[in-house]
Design a protein around this ligand. Structure first.
Ligand SMILES: Nc1nc2c(ncn2[C@@H]2O[C@H](COP(=O)(O)OP(=O)(O)OP(=O)(O)O)[C@@H](O)[C@H]2O)c(=O)[nH]1
Ligand SMILES: O=C([O-])CC(=O)C(=O)O
Ligand SMILES: [Mn+2]
Length: 606
């Protein structure tokens, strides 16, 4: 028996109507309007503990923090189940799955019919970016997952203050509908992680709407993040002349006190969170964090490109995050108020994952709930899923820059593109101009990671690290990048760089130490921006001159340094047919300027 009792309601007439409509279809037992208060959060966490979804961690280890294991088949974004349902198929382009919107709704409506029976339907008003922005970017997520509510509270600004502003403005907002797709029959017991084998992550870009079904995990279910802030926002940005990008935002201050803000696009699990909070290894250099995953960039009246981080939390890859590699992330989670999904638990009520500490605990409970000892690790069974995540408030980050709170964002002086490439792509290359830099982004390639389901370690093209996140035709997206350069004063546009922390040396190890030592690459970038160093012209772009990359004190052989920095022309000639093949997939949608760039590169390598 489902009796809908609406706790709280809204003076936003259109929203009230939508909530009623969704409740009538999904038939939850009750509707709760999420307020975002501490009391409410405590109640929701207690519910999750009671239901077995959360395990509370020891208060003296991680205060107000929770461990959670997902269903072992619901651990990452499902790119093959993700759709861009634009009205016209050509507007989704070759990189997206597409279905006619009416046909998709006809497919999904029966799945949503009664899908919340036996559950609570939560209505989460949220804003991506600042409530004080000139045009606040509102969203409402309706979900039947309390885990999603707890996570959204960390990742976005939510609740009563947002709703009040929406009501005052009778504002437009992005509609996000989410269900785990696991209705409960009368008396049926729930499971800790309800989900459905059938999954759909669907975007209707013209309607600015998201329908997500069957998964409770991260980017599939926290609809403010990849679904709104990248896929829907990229379509809005294309229409409105701004940019929604998969980029960290870093504030860098050199020893002379000169500040530069740098944005960087790396594919999922390729180092954004790490670079965003790096500990500099050069004296006098200071790094602070503005964002670690998403940048919304608009042109200021001064013609410069300004970036804001629309998020409120960090949803970081756990394995590999440790005191040695990313101490600032560790200090952030030590402050508590965090959710850890698919990591391992220690016997004293804390959590652990591969790479957190050099010493492995003697005994753990693995993410699958099994006893785990270092011998299991040696036998190839990690304690934590490779895409296990920490979800933690960004305000706890010790390196958070004051400018994070600036509603208009920070002026970007450089954009880095990077991926995981064992070969070919050198440590750092500067683009000759915006168009050449757009070519860097358009041809960006990386080995796949555990952040999405499917094979790991396969090289694929990932334009601007946005392959899974472009909410429209990828050719039009690249055209939009070129337009941004053409429509604005190029001298004020950010300079663009291609980087690769993941090249291997002859022994198969990483040629470059990475992490904090990436400061040295950033220093070269800043020196270039400041005009204090030159560069070598190579067929692929501008690279550091011998001696200009500061490697003092690095434990690096000359061979390793050469392996990291070298432009191997034969490797690049081998790359040309792969770029050709990639460009051919765009058909007519590929901008001519990128063809021109490929021609130029081919000639330079001849
Ligand atoms: N070798 C090497 N590994 C790195 C470096 N930076 C990050 N990593 C590793 O790459 C993995 C992913 O890094 P993250 O910083 O979490 O990647 P991300 O881009 O934020 O990933 P998403 O949150 O999925 O978008 C972690 O296991 C890191 O330890 C680096 O400079 N060198
Ligand atoms: O979206 C997710 O689930 C996690 C994430 O940040 C990514 O994959 O880039
Ligand atoms: Mn990250």
């Amino acid at each position: 028996m489902s009796t809908i009792s609406t706790q709280g309601t809204t003076h936003h007439t259109e929203l009230a109507g939508w909530v009623e409509e969704v409740a009538a279809r999904t038939r939850p037992d009750r509707v709760v309007w999420v307020t975002g208060t501490d009391e409410e959060s405590a109640e929701i966490n207690a519910l999750l503990v009671e239901g077995g979804t959360f395990v509370q961690l020891a208060e003296d280890k991680k205060p107000n923090s929770f461990y959670c294991a997902s269903d072992p088949d619901d651990v990452a974004r499902v790119e093959d189940r993700t759709y861009i349902c634009s009205v016209e198929e050509k507007d989704a382009g070759h990189t997206n799955n597409w279905m006619d919107p009416a046909q998709m709704k006809a497919t999904l409506e029966p799945l949503f019919d009664g899908c919340m029976t036996g559950r609570t339907m939560y209505v989460i008003p949220f804003v991506m970016g600042h409530l004080e922005a000139d045009q606040p970017m509102f969203g409402v997520e309706i979900t039947d997952s309390a885990y999603v509510v707890a996570s959204m509270r960390i990742m976005a600004r939510i609740g009563t203050p947002v709703l009040a502003k929406m009501e005052e403005l009778q504002a437009d907002y992005v509609k996000g509908l989410h269900s785990v797709g696991a209705p409960l029959a009368d008396g049926q017991a729930d499971v800790p992680w309800p989900c459905n084998d059938t999954k759909y992550i669907v975007h209707f870009p013209e309607e600015r709407a998201i329908w997500s079904y069957g998964s409770g995990y991260g980017g599939n279910a926290l609809l403010g993040k990849k679904c709104y802030a990248l896929r829907i926002a990229s379509a809005m940005a294309h229409d409105e002349g701004w940019m929604a990008e998969h980029m960290l935002i870093l504030k860098l201050t050199n020893p002379e006190g000169v500040v530069h803000y740098i944005a960087a696009a790396f594919p999922s699990a390729c180092g954004k969170t790490n670079l965003a909070m790096l500990e500099t290894t050069l004296p006098g250099w200071k790094a602070e964090t503005v964002g670690d995953d998403i940048a919304w960039m608009r042109f200021g009246d001064d013609g410069q490109l300004y970036a804001v981080n629309p998020e409120f939390g960090l949803f970081g890859v756990a394995p590999g995050t440790g005191y040695g590699t990313n101490p600032n992330a560790m200090h952030t989670i030590e402050r508590g108020n965090s959710i850890f999904t698919n990591v391992a638990r220690t016997d004293d009520g804390d959590i652990w994952w591969e790479g957190m500490t050099d010493d492995k605990p003697e005994h753990l409970t693995s993410w699958k709930g099994k006893d785990w000892t270092p011998a299991d690790g040696e036998a190839g069974t990690p304690s934590s899923h490779p895409n296990s995540r920490f979800c933690t408030p960004i305000e706890q980050l010790p390196t958070l820059a004051q400018e994070y709170y600036e509603p208009n964002g920070v002026p970007i002086s450089a954009i880095l593109f990077g991926g995981r490439r064992k070969t070919t792509v050198p440590l750092v290359t500067e683009a000759r101009d915006w168009q050449h830099g757009t070519f860097f982004g358009a041809t960006l390639s990386s080995e796949t990671t555990a952040a999405a389901t499917g094979a790991v370690g396969v090289v694929r093209r990932d334009p601007m690290a946005m392959l899974p996140f472009i909410g429209y035709n990828a050719g039009d997206y690249l055209g939009h990048w070129l337009d941004m350069g053409k429509q604005h004063d190029e001298s004020k546009m950010p300079k663009i760089y291609l980087v690769n922390w993941f090249r291997r040396d002859a022994d198969g190890g990483f040629a470059w130490p990475g992490f904090g030592e990436n400061t040295r690459v950033l220093k070269w970038v800043v020196d270039r921006l400041e005009g204090t160093v030159g560069a070598d012209e190579t067929p692929i772009g501008l690279t550091p001159r011998a001696g200009d990359l500061d490697v003092e004190g690095l434990d690096l052989t000359d061979e390793q340094l050469a392996a990291a920095l070298a432009v191997d022309e034969q490797e690049w000639r081998d790359e040309l047919p792969l770029i050709r093949e990639w460009f051919d997939k765009f058909g007519d949608a590929l901008p001519q300027q990128l063809e021109d760039e490929l021609q130029t590169l081919t000639q330079r390598l001849a």
